[in-house]
Design a protein around this ligand. Structure first.
Ligand SMILES: Cc1cc2nc3c(=O)[nH]c(=O)nc-3n(C[C@H](O)[C@H](O)[C@H](O)COP(=O)(O)O)c2cc1C
Length: 322
């Protein structure tokens, strides 16, 4: 299948694996790229330029295909060494950067000077248009269903994607709630050039996370996610658990007086405990409503091949016969 995204990123299938903290490591990113999609290493999981260089080298050893690095820009008193991380990306020969969080304008000239394509992740049409205006090559449009940070507008993909298609000139991928061939065909029908998946890729053989994480997602339904940090305007969609319930109780009782410190126990430093140790109730971790559509733990190649087969069947058999 050829779309503006496959052409731009020089990949076979219009499927991207979004950056995921403590999940997007070389094992998963290379598996996605080897299966014809675009795998993405999560820059901030590595944290330092030295560690990111090592992870990029490892991924380069595991695949000859293009892969990307996610750079999430968060407001912080002690920000990560972004210039150093970008240097690692450039020196590692990485072809694509997925940016997320704050406006990446400051970093674009350097990335573009080195021929790196920039896909910015946005949860609203206005942010997508901003990304287009500052020179991003593509955007990943994340609907309200998505795992992670859906923003504060709460617009689901059935509205957000066609709105994005009406306004944008640059290519975009649909993100949030994507799981199978039906998701891909629907994304294309709504005007996207492909799709981005997070939660679905966590439950694959190659995802380097504890089995408890995969089991929790397999067990979950579309009713089992919660929105946390809403009062801080930093909303995150997470899988419900004991720590999340405690966090939500605090949000209810503290109301608008709440500060990050009040919930630090449930949200800070949680990912290694969950993803590496399988300590599932240790805090809040991102998970999309799409958990309700995830019922198997395939290899990445089996997953991507099945998505493409199902998409082709829908397009060529079901839809063409209507
Ligand atoms: C466990 C997990 C961790 C994530 N970590 C990040 C991250 O560090 N940076 C980022 O930009 N997005 C992150 N995301 C969001 C994904 O890249 C993607 O946009 C989102 O998962 C899409 O929604 P879906 O889960 O419904 O497919 C994360 C998502 C999950 C499920």
């Amino acid at each position: 299948m050829k779309t503006r995204i496959t052409e731009m990123l020089e990949i076979e299938h219009p499927i991207i694996q979004g950056g995921m903290h403590y999940v997007g490591l070389a094992e998963l990113a290379s598996a996605v790229s080897n299966a014809g999609g675009l795998g993405i290493i999560t820059g901030l999981t590595q944290g330092t330029p030295e560690k990111l260089t090592a992870e990029i080298n490892k991924c380069n050893d595991m695949t000859d295909k293009p892969f990307g690095v996610n750079l999430t820009f968060l407001p912080s008193l002690t920000p990560p060494d972004y210039p150093g991380l970008i240097e690692s990306i450039i020196k590692g020969g990485v072809k694509v950067v997925e940016t997320a969080g704050s406006n990446p304008a400051k970093w674009l000239p350097l990335l573009k000077e080195h021929g790196i394509k920039v896909i910015h992740k946005c949860c609203s049409v206005r942010h997508a248009l901003k990304a287009e205006s500052i020179g991003c090559d593509a955007v990943s449009v994340d609907g309200f269903e998505c795992g992670g940070h859906p923003g504060e507008d709460d617009v689901p993909n059935f509205i957000l994607l066609p709105r994005a298609a009406d306004e944008l000139s640059i290519p975009f991928v649909a993100s949030g709630g994507m799981a199978d061939g039906r998701s891909l065909v629907a994304s294309l029908a709504m005007g996207a050039d492909g799709m981005n998946m997070g939660t679905r890729f966590v439950v694959t053989k190659e995802a380097p996370v504890h089995e408890n994480v995969k089991e929790a997602i397999l067990k979950a339904t579309e009713l089992d996610t919660r929105l946390v940090m809403r009062p801080l305007r930093n909303t995150e969609r997470v899988l419900n658990n004991a720590a999340v319930e405690k966090l939500l109780e605090k949000e209810k009782s503290l109301g608008s007086d709440i500060s990050f410190q009040d919930i630090a126990e449930e949200v800070a430093g949680v990912y290694p405990k969950v993803m590496q140790n399988g300590d599932m109730d240790s805090g809040a971790w991102s998970c999309g409503m799409v958990a309700g559509l995830i019922n198997s733990n395939p290899t990445v190649k089996e997953l991507i091949d099945s998505i493409m087969d199902e998409a082709n069947t829908i397009i060529n058999k079901r839809l063409s016969h209507l």
